[in-house]
Write a protein that binds this ligand. Sequence first.
Ligand code: UD1
Ligand code: UDP
Length: 372
Amino acid sequence: MEQAKKRLLVVFGTRPEAIKMCPLVNELKTRERFEIKTCVTGQHHEMLQQALRVFDVKPDYDLAIMQPEQTLFDVTARTLQSIKPVLEEYAPALVYVHGDTTTAFASSLAAFYLQIPVAHVEAGLRTKNIYSPFPEEYNRQAISLVAKYHFAPTQMARYNLRLEGKPFESIYVTGNTGIDALRTTVRAEYTSELLDWAQGSRLLLITAHRRENLGANMHHMFRAIRRVLAAYSDVKAVYPVHLNPQVKSIANEELGDCANIRLIAPMDVLDFHNLMNHSYLILTDSGGIQEEAPFLGKPVLVMRETTERPEGVEAGTLRLVGTDEEIIYYACRQLLDDPEEYARMAKAKNPYGDGHASARIADITERLLFDE
Ligand code: UD1
Ligand code: UDP
């Protein structure tokens, strides 16, 4: 007798989760044995919609929780409350959450309260300092506590989970679904007005948003960039500014009147990935960009004190520079002045899988839900 379809729910709420979960949603939809629904919390609004459009994913549930200047309390409480009826009504056999956001943490907690199994995508990343990144390191450790299945992007992530005592058979190394996304977005024939503007210059690409960098750290980061732009006439910068009002205000204050930089709205992921592909150097405190840059062979100065992505540092593409103005300034100068140092970092390596992580996760899920 044919078995009934299994119901799956994929939950996410921010831009980076959307970029890494939409490839999985689209893969799961090709599997006949699953009924699949997507629930977005709406922790991000515009930035989430941008990513959904690129991957043509239309959520079945939108909890629309975002508020301007939301606190961690707001995001946690509003997600927990509003996802409960979705979980009760749809009653999925498995809920997928991603990474380390508060959306992922609160959704996994809600599923746990209703005793619905949780699958954690991008599991096992660790800095082991719950204040850095804050609150993401706590979130990812807390999700690991309730997850039944851990989809780890790398062997290192698997090792971290084993050290915490997760059973061998609950962990699967799949690669990172972010590479699945990147394989579909980067195109040789890509052109844009921004690339025309940067033509003939070395292009710095900048992003910043980490909560622990809001305030003094961000001022220091941007002052370093300002000095670099003043020192080199052949360098231009593009900075798609995060919609967080605190980030916008510091960016405008420190870089608003600076020549040779374009402060622009967040870009959709197709444009952003192609711009990365044409950039000379990336300065960021982002997590996802640390995974994408090694694939593209683009050096990254990571403006953070810690990273949960040591694979990229080992590959040579990432360098942790923290948030000190002098250190960032001289690290940039070194890469702009020393071709050998630049070439050493600009080697394409890909510690994050072959771009088929979503298919692997879907295969494993079929096996777990139907054959075991
Ligand atoms: C969140 C995640 C972080 C992730 C980042 C990706 C948590 C605790 N943090 O941080 O892990 O790296 O997203 O960008 O889950 N805003 C808008 N429109 C948008 C998006 C944001 O206006 O589309 C503004 C809102 O005013 C919001 C603020 O940005 O209050 C901050 O957003 P929030 O999701 O709370 O924190 P992030 O710093 O973005
Ligand atoms: N990104 C994007 N548009 C932008 C900036 C970044 O699409 O203007 C993409 C980037 O390629 C990566 C993801 O957004 O896939 C990273 O998101 P973010 O830095 O906001 O979050 P994090 O990865 O730090 O959680």
